[in-house]
Design a binder for this molecule. Structure first.
Ligand SMILES: CCCCCCCCCCCCC/C=C/[C@@H](O)[C@@H](N)CO[C@@H]1O[C@H](CO)[C@H](O)[C@H](O)[C@H]1O
Length: 484
C-alpha cells in the first residue's frame, strides 16, 4: 500500500546541545549536570566511559550539520540551546553563547531550514543543581529568566519553541532511580514527582510570558515535548483500565494539566497517590497540589504537542509494593515487551509502529485533536553502520503509521527524526548510534558520512510517499502474562 503526506507536512531532523556540541567549557560555558555526571571519577558509569566533551563538535562544525540537512532534503532542524552557554551564574547574558546560536539560526534560515528550538534538553546548569535543581520550587523563577532571554534573543527568527524535552525521562531517571544526571535516588519517587511538578509550572510560566510579552511582535508558537509508548493489554484478562492507567501515569501526568478540558493531574493519579500516601502513614500526599490559579495557568498552555515516540509495551496489573520500580508502584501497572518484536541496538527500543498510530488517535480523541509534531522517532544501530537497512525499515513503517493517522484526521504537522548525526547517547555513550549521518570519533574533522537512510529519506521527501503493508504496522498480539 502507498501512504502519502500532505504538501504541508514537514520533514526534518533533531539533535540536542549536550549530545552534539562538544566545547563543554569554551567561551564562558558553565558546567551542566551532564558535565558533572560524565566527569565523575574514578568511573562515570557511562557504558563506554566516554563523555560529551567533544561529541560531534557541532560548536565548531555547525555548518556541516546544515550541509547534512540540505543533502537529506530536510527543511526543519530541531536543536536545543545550552542554558549554560547563554547565562552566567548571576543571571547575566553570556554574549558568546548567544552569538553561537544566532549564527546557527541565521545560517539555517538562509538555507530555507526552519529552526525548532528546545529550551531544555536535560543539561541543567550545575550551579542550579547545587540548590536542589528541579526539586526546588525556586527553579521556576530561574527558568523564567532563561526563557525570557531565549525568546528575546531569538524569537524574531525562531517561530517554534519547545520548553522541555521529555520530563518523564529526566525527572524519573534523574531523581528517582539515579540512572541519569543528576543521579539522585529518592524514596517513593518523591524526587521525580517534585521535579515534574516544577517542570510543569516552569513550562506554564514560560508559555504565559511568551503570550504576554512576545506573541504580538513575534507571532511564534510554544509547546512542550513529551514522550510515551502506547500500552497494550498483556493478555486477554487484563482489564482495559490497566492500559489507561499506564498511559495516565506516564503521559497523562503532563498532558492532562496542559491539554485536557479539566486541567490538573489525572484523577486516577491524584486518587492513587493521595490514598497510598495515607496508607503509608504520611500526613500529606506525595503528589503536590496545584492552586486554582496554577491549574488555569497550565490549562491550554501549549500551541502544539511535540511528541517523541520510539516504542510501546504490553501491560498487566500488579499490586502495590513499595520495593519495586516507583513509577509502577503508584500506578500498579507493570510492562513487558513481546520477544517477537524486532529490537534495536538499544535494549528498550522495540519496533512497534502500531503504537504510534494508536497513540496519535488516542491524543486526537482525548485532547480535541491538538497540533502535533513528531519531535523524535528513530532507531539505533552499531557504530559506523552505513548500510542501515533496519533504520530504513523503522522509518518507513513509522512514517506509514503517521500517514495513516493523518488520514484518520490527526493533526500531525511534521516529523524531526532522531537524529541528524551520531551523538552521545547519554549513559550508553557512543555505543548506540541514532544518526542518519555517521561520525567517526577518531576523525578530528568529524565529517558527517551519510548512511543509506539519507537517500531513503530524500526519496520520501521528494515523492511524499512511503510503501508499507498493514500487517507490517499492526504487530501487537495478545500474549500470556509473564510469570510475576
Ligand atoms: C504508556 C506507558 C507505558 C507503556 C509502555 C512502555 C513503553 C515502552 C517504551 C520503553 C522506553 C523505556 C526507556 C525510555 C527511553 C527513551 O524514551 C529515551 N531514551 C528517549 O529519550 C530520547 O531518546 C533519544 C534516543 O534514546 C535521545 O537520546 C534523546 O536525547 C532523548 O530525548
Amino acid at each position: 500500500e502507498t501512504f502519502t503526506f500532505p504538501n504541508s507536512f514537514i520533514f526534518g531532523a533533531a539533535t540536542a546541545s549536550y549530545q552534539i556540541e562538544g566545547a563543554w567549557n569554551v567561551d564562558g560555558k558553565l558546567p551542566s549536570i551532564w558535565d558533572t555526571a560524565t566527569h565523575r571519577q574514578p568511573s562515570n558509569d557511562v557504558f563506554d566511559g566516554l563523555t560529551g566533551d567533544e561529541a560531534a563538535l557541532s560548536y565548531y562544525y555547525w555548518q556541516k550539520d546544515i550541509e547534512a540537512l540540505k543533502n537529506a532534503n530536510l527543511t526543519m532542524y530541531r536543536f536545543s540551546i545550552a542554558w549554560t552557554r547563554v547565562l552566567t551564574k548571576n543571571q547575566q547574558v553570556n554574549q558568546k553563547g548567544i552569538d553561537y546560536y544566532n549564527t546557527l539560526i541565521n545560517d539555517l534560515i538562509a538555507e530555507g531550514i526552519t529552526p525548532m528550538v528546545t529550551l531544555y534538553h536535560w543539561d541543567l546548569p550545575q550551579y542550579l543543581q547545587d540548590i536542589g535543581g528541579w526539586m526546588n520550587s525556586e527553579i521556576v523563577k530561574y527558568y523564567e529568566v532563561y526563557a525570557d532571554l531565549v525568546f528575546k534573543s531569538f524569537g524574531d527568527r525562531v517561530k517554534i519553541f519547545i520548553t522541555f524535552n521529555e520530563p518523564s525521562v529526566f525527572c524519573d531517571h534523574g531523581h528517582n532511580y539515579a540512572e541519569h544526571a543528576p543521579h539522585i535516588w529518592t524514596y517513593d519517587s518523591v524526587g521525580g514527582i517534585l521535579c515534574s511538578h516544577h517542570v510543569l509550572l516552569s513550562h506554564a510560566r514560560a508559555y504565559r510570558l511568551y503570550q504576554e510579552k512576545y506573541l504580538a511582535a513575534q507571532n511564534g508558537k510554544v509547546g512542550i515535548c513529551l514522550n510515551t509508548g502506547f500500552s497494550y493489554r498483556g493478555n486477554g484478562s487484563v482489564p482495559q483500565d490497566t492500559v489507561e492507567r499506564a498511559i495516565q501515569f506516564y503521559f497523562g501526568r503532563y498532558t492532562n494539566p496542559i491539554f485536557s478540558e479539566t486541567g490538573d493531574y489525572p484523577q486516577v493519579m491524584r486518587d492513587a497517590i493521595d490514598q497510598k500516601s495515607k496508607q503509608q502513614g504520611r500526613s500529606f500526599s506525595r503528589l503536590p497540589t496545584f492552586t486554582a490559579e496554577e491549574v488555569q495557568m497550565l490549562k491550554g498552555s501549549a500551541d502544539f504537542l511535540a511528541l517523541n515516540y520510539y516504542s510501546s509495551g504490553m501491560v498487566y496489573p500488579i499490586s502495590f509494593d513499595p520495593t519495586i520500580d516507583p513509577v509502577h508502584h503508584d500506578s500498579e501497572v507493570a510492562g513487558f515487551s513481546d520477544p517477537d518484536w524486532k529490537v534495536a541496538r538499544s535494549s528498550w527500543l522495540y519496533q512497534v509502529p502500531q503504537g504510534l498510530y494508536d497513540l496519535l488517535n488516542w491524543i486526537r480523541t482525548k485532547y480535541n485533536n491538538p497540533d502535533v509534531y513528531i519531535s523524535e522517532n528513530g532507531w539505533s544501530d552499531a557504530p559506523l553502520t552505513i548500510e542501515d537497512h533496519d533504520r530504513i525499515e523503522y522509518m518507513r513503517l513509522h512514517l506509514a503509521a503517521i500517514s495513516k493517522a493523518i488520514t484518520d484526521g490527526c493533526n500531525v504537522l511534521g516529523i524531526t527524526v532522531w537524529s541528524l548525526v551520531d551523538n552521545f547517547e547519554w549513559m550508553r555513550g557512543y555505543d548506540e548510534r541514532f544518526g542518519i549521518y555517521a561520525i567517526d570519533l577518531n576523525d578530528p574533522d568529524r565529517n558527517r558520512t551519510p548512511k543509506k537512510s539519507v537517500s531513503y529519506l530524500r526519496n520520501v521527501t521528494n515523492s511524499r510517499t512511503v510503501e508499507a503493508e498493514n500487517d507490517e504496522i499492526f504487530v501487537v498480539k495478545v500474549y500470556p502474562m509473564p510469570a510475576e
